[in-house]
Design a protein around this ligand. Structure first.
Ligand SMILES: Cc1ncc(COP(=O)(O)O)c(C=O)c1O
Length: 379
């Protein structure tokens, strides 16, 4: 598969999205989770058609999207799901916030496994719930769930487990056994598992993504999957996501949300995502091929330095350990100030993020080389 080429820096600087607007023009931005590749032609065509017809009204029922997702899930992960129970919403963030609001109450505890996508904590606080951090265990650069800490959280009354699977920022893919164990613990303590699987389509050829709801009957009883094509096909601005559960009880509890939130997604998002799941496999594979090469390049670029990088099997995020350098607890601040390169501060990802940064490698090898040469000049 031919790896996709990123847009040129001059073209990227014309983009109006957050990644390219958040910093002054002399800063090279590698934080916000957007990719620097052109979007797939089939998605472009759908969007052009909508605009050409002035077809930008409200979103009616779009059975095409659940069907397209179900076909994709079957093709890529052998997951057979019932499209009639997939419900659309504004985006993954809004859907998760509204699920928490509907199924829980202020003060409920939500377990997250840090370091993790910072918005998880914001969403939990938005609904006046409490963040219960149960950090992953790190051993020789690899990370895993701390089941004993999770069990303590569950047995002491936590109500939800919010999981990033595959994991942002580590690109970690959970094994079936771990997911099954998590499901059993959740059932034993009446905890609902919300599995955010937004990064899943970007799984590398070195990994095998396991959808949470495929692991066991227990997982299907306690789990809700929330996802979107926004991350993998670079469509975050289109605003559309969806959720799915196989539990009859959860379906009944979520019915009011399913009715209300559909109309808060966009027509461009829904139909753009139909094209993503139906007609963009080749584009997706070319992105994965580029990301695999970029991951290797990063390994080469840090070799011989005190930096340690994560070993992602998914997506475009590198979690970089600066603890053996002199850049302190917040290397991102020093890198921005002295090298004019923007990366995410590890501090935003929870307690274990001290001394780490997250770098987005969904870009060109040239941009990565230039970023690492700036970073290495500080070591
Ligand atoms: C794990 C995870 N969930 C959700 C989101 C945001 O998704 P959305 O834009 O659909 O709210 C991101 C964005 O980076 C993410 O990494």
């Amino acid at each position: 598969m031919k790896p996709i080429e990123a847009d040129s820096l001059a073209q990227l600087r014309k983009r109006k999205s957050a990644k390219w607007r958040a910093f002054p023009a002399d800063v090279l931005p590698l934080p916000v989770a957007e990719m620097d590749f052109p979007i797939s032609d089939s998605i472009k065509k759908v969007l052009h058609d909508l605009v050409d017809r002035s077809d930008l009204g409200y979103l009616a029922s779009v059975p095409e999207l659940p069907e397209a997702f179900a076909a994709f899930a079957k093709r890529r992960w052998n997951w057979i799901l019932e499209p009639e129970h997939v419900h659309l919403g504004t985006d993954v963030g809004v859907v998760i916030v509204e699920i928490l609001r509907l199924l829980g109450k202020p003060g409920d505890r939500v377990v997250i496994t840090t370091p993790v996508y910072p918005a998880f904590a914001y969403w939990i606080k938005e609904v006046h719930m409490e963040v219960d951090e149960r950090p992953l265990i790190e051993e020789n650069g690899s990370w895993r769930l701390d089941f004993s800490a999770i069990e303590k959280a569950f047995s002491s009354g936590a109500k939800f487990f919010l999981m990033s699977s595959p994991h942002n920022p580590l690109g970690l893919i959970y094994e079936k056994e771990d997911l099954s164990k998590l499901a059993e613990l959740a059932k034993a303590h009446d905890v609902i598992i919300i599995s955010d699987e937004i990064h899943a389509p970007l799984t590398f050829t070195t990994g095998k993504f396991v959808p949470f709801l495929t692991v066991s009957d227990t997982a299907r009883e306690v789990g809700i999957t929330v996802t979107s094509a926004s991350k993998s096909w670079n469509l975050a601005g289109l605003k559309c996501g969806f959720f799915y559960t196989q539990s009859q009880k959860l379906r009944e509890s979520l019915a009011p949300l399913a009715m209300g939130i559909h109309h808060r997604a966009s027509i461009t998002g829904a139909f753009g995502m139909v094209a993503a799941f139906n007609d963009s496999d080749e584009w997706l594979d070319s992105v994965i091929a580029r990301l695999e090469l970029n991951k290797k390049l990063i390994d080469e670029l840090v070799s011989g330095t005190p930096l340690k990088v994560s070993n992602p099997h998914n997506s475009y995020l590198s979690w970089i350990d600066f603890r053996a350098t002199k850049l302190g607890e917040d290397p991102a601040a020093v890198i921005l100030e002295r090298a004019k390169i923007a990366v995410n501060s590890g501090l935003a990802f929870g307690e274990p993020g001290k001394g780490f940064v997250r770098l987005n490698f969904g870009t060109s090898p040239e941009i990565l080389q230039s970023a690492f040469s700036g970073i290495k000049s500080l070591l």
